[in-house]
Design a protein around this ligand. Sequence first.
Ligand code: NAG
Ligand code: NAG
Length: 360
Amino acid sequence: MNSTSLSFIAKSIVIFLFINSSTQGVVQYQIEGAIGPESFAFDALGEGPYTGVSDGRIIKWHQDQRRWLHFALTSPNRDGCEGAYEYDHAAKEHICGRPLGLCFNKTNGDLYIADAYFGLLKVGPEGGLATAVATQSEGIPFRFCNSLDIDQSTGIVYFTDSSSQFQRRNHISVILSGDKTGRLMKYDPATKQVTVLLGNLSFPNGVALSEDGNYILLAETTSCRILRYWLKTSKAGTIEIVAQLPGFPDNVKRSPRGGFWVGIHSRRKGISKLVLSFPWIGNVLIKLPIDIVKIHSSLVKLSGNGGMAMRISEQGNVLEILEEIGTKMWRSISEVEEKDGNLWIGSVNMPYAGLYKYSS
Ligand SMILES: *[C@@H]1O[C@H](CO)[C@@H](O)[C@H](O)[C@H]1NC(C)=O
Ligand SMILES: *[C@@H]1O[C@H](CO)[C@@H](O)[C@H](O)[C@H]1NC(C)=O
């Protein structure tokens, strides 16, 4: 295996986001009644973005009306799904759904959805209620589907299930326990078969195909690594380490300017670093009757964590760093989707999507 560690200052061009400056920075696209636009997709006409939020809805940005409108759902049951997001949404995710990864089939307009609770689904170009495509593989049910990408030339869908043990609500436990039950899969629409490509992964998260379709980049969150899984060429079926990151990676998206954007959920320091060196501490913490998510996020806040993303080259070198300075408006960045000189910024815990005009 080849490991490339990142040298930050030397190789990088750093873009800092001065989010509290009025003249420069990120425009917020406020979301009504929900938080957490985790991932973005644009349809075949280039419209959107579309994003999944904390109450289970998939919403679409309508530029002409300058607002988000309802597009699709992954659950037929909406009982109590419209409650206050601070208290109700995380508790009702298993009922309302939590759509994470989104990708359109550009040929027929179907939207594929990786829902943390309902597995792999799809919905037609008019939206509405999505239908299940796959809920298990090799007899093991999906417990935490997370991200997907489609090879538009072959029609094959690549997607991750982050854990067979823990659900999204307990995503911190996936990290703290050192869980290795995550899987990378492919779904072939011609045969309707799901195949496991890689198992025993430590919180596999974002996936993105290379432009030539020869490999997939895969974020492995717990190990803070970006992995490359070869699909074609003589290396097909093998895996290599592309980058070791300073924080927990979330989604990976190909940049039209080359390389890939990686959203960094939070930096690896303090408790998480300690716990990762001693996996047994993680297991002890999980058994304690306390809310690990809260403890974790308060520590993250104390350590001055701000949102961060980076664009890495195919070789894993850092090309750009996008970092929040000074404000606390981005506690974490889940994804950066670059389109037409705009960077769309997603987060699992903010009530808005961000738009940063890259070219001006
Ligand atoms: C995308 O649409 C085309 C045309 O209908 C179809 O042949 C292909 O299998 C679809 N891919 C997926 C992933 O559904
Ligand atoms: C995971 O690891 C176990 C034990 O090392 C092995 O038997 C199994 O085949 C692996 N599963 C996958 C899908 O790689």
